[in-house]
Design a protein around this ligand. Structure first.
Ligand SMILES: Cc1cc2nc3c(=O)[nH]c(=O)nc-3n(C[C@H](O)[C@H](O)[C@H](O)COP(=O)(O)OP(=O)(O)OC[C@H]3O[C@@H](n4cnc5c(N)ncnc54)[C@H](O)[C@@H]3O)c2cc1C
Length: 368
């Protein structure tokens, strides 16, 4: 490490979709931005391990950041895709009640979403069957604003625009520690070309590592750092012909949106993610979960053939609540909460973080 740190205006830690969006937002405000990324490529962690769904914003508690930023982010992402030629598809989505006991929950979800300003059409079982002949359900909702996106292409376009506004990215540059300084924050990065930087503004967008980084920066108030928990989501790919043309979701569970069917832009169908609380980060797909996938899927697609599922991939949700605790909102802290002048940190940016990314960026950039 060098002894006298180089001065920079703004450092963004982490080049996932949120860090890239923030770097772009800050660069567009005329700030000089350096992105420090631990890996050798951008967007290779949680931003590469999700369902690539643009969520409409139907689930989140009223008044929460998730509600507000998902809805704003959804509109911003569609506009961005048009403006920058990013591939997406407005697939629409069907949320279903598996049996009569779930119909009240479905109606409640419809009313909740409408209160958020997101409207869905109620479908009787026969109407749902017309749309999706393979779906067995008691009733359903059609969400017209849901879509899928080429998330890598999206991140590439964000990075390109950030760079066009002067942002610079340094790969293989893991932030290892830092400290509060009188007029900013000093950050030390390791890797093959270690560096020390003094920045007026540092924004921690390190996803699953955000808490570790805050803990390593001297001066950040320990009580401000939330707990870190990991909830893995396993995906299984479907072999054979796609059974549905829309995204198909059961009613949401406490920590996930239920074991749903999505497809990528190439038409590859997949089921998941499930929820598996883990102590350590490990992306091996838990094949032992296969039987529970067959059982859950056959409740709404009884014709799922034996041996049609194969292990796909997994992602890990950066949870700030433990198993069994109520779901928490995105946690976005600026210097008022972190206790270090110029230091902002984002925690618990789980789903709908991809959808919300551009809105999170504008929200944070406005507050800095
Ligand atoms: C299973 C699953 C499914 C999901 N599905 C959806 C969905 O369909 N739609 C949706 O809207 N959202 C979805 N999400 C949520 C979405 O994927 C995340 O909210 C989003 O990708 C978070 O982006 P990020 O930039 O905060 O984090 P990340 O993508 O994890 O980026 C953090 C970056 O920080 C870097 N980093 C870590 N430590 C350091 C360090 N010390 N120094 C420098 N860099 C560091 C990492 O290498 C990484 O590149 C899903 C999430 C999961 C887990």
């Amino acid at each position: 490490m060098t002894s006298s740190p180089e001065s920079v205006d703004c450092v963004v830690i982490g080049a996932g979709v949120v860090g890239l969006a923030l770097a772009r937002a800050m660069a567009r405000k005329g700030r000089e931005v350096l992105i420090l990324e631990a890996e050798e490529a951008f967007g290779s962690i949680t931003s590469a391990r999700n369902s690539e769904v643009i969520h409409a914003g139907i689930y989140y508690p009223h008044g929460s950041l998730k509600e507000r930023l998902c809805i704003e982010g959804r509109d911003k992402i569609y506009a961005f895709c048009h403006a920058y030629g990013v591939t997406y598809k407005r697939t629409t989505k069907v949320v279903f009640a598996a049996d009569d006991s779930e119909v009240a929950g479905l109606k409640k979800l419809q009313a909740h979403a409408a209160d958020s300003g997101v409207y869905m059409t109620y479908l009787q079982a026969s109407e749902a069957k017309k749309l999706e002949p393979n779906l067995v359900c008691a009733a359903a909702l059609l969400s017209p604003l849901t879509g899928i996106i080429d998330s890598h292409g999206f991140m590439l376009a964000i990075l390109g625009d950030a760079e066009a506004h002067g942002a610079v990215i340094a790969y293989n540059s893991p932030v290892v520690s830092g400290e509060a300084a009188d007029d900013g924050v000093i950050i030390h990065a390791g890797g093959p070309a270690p560096m020390s930087l003094k920045a007026k503004t540092v924004i921690n967008c390190a996803g699953l590592s955000a808490q570790n980084i805050s803990r390593s920066i001297r001066g950040v108030g320990a009580p401000s750092i939330p707990p870190q928990h990991y909830a893995k989501g396993n995906y299984f790919y479907l072999s054979g012909k796609a059974p549905f043309s829309r995204l198909i979701y059961p009613l949401p569970g406490a920590h996930s949106l239920g074991l749903h069917y999505t497809l990528d832009l190439a038409g590859q169908g997949r089921f998941g993610p499930d929820v598996e609380w883990v102590e350590k980060i490990n992306y091996d797909v838990n094949e032992a979960r296969g039987p529970s996938f067959y059982a859950a899927i056959r409740k709404y697609w009884p014709d799922l053939p034996d041996d049609a599922l194969r292990p796909g991939y997994s992602g890990i949700r950066p949870k700030i609540q433990a198993k069994g605790e109520p779901t928490r909102d995105f946690m976005i802290q600026t210097e008022h909460e972190t206790g270090v002048k110029g230091y902002a940190a984002l925690y618990g940016i789980e789903s709908p973080g991809l959808t919300s990314s551009l809105a999170i960026a504008d929200y944070v950039a406005e507050r800095l």
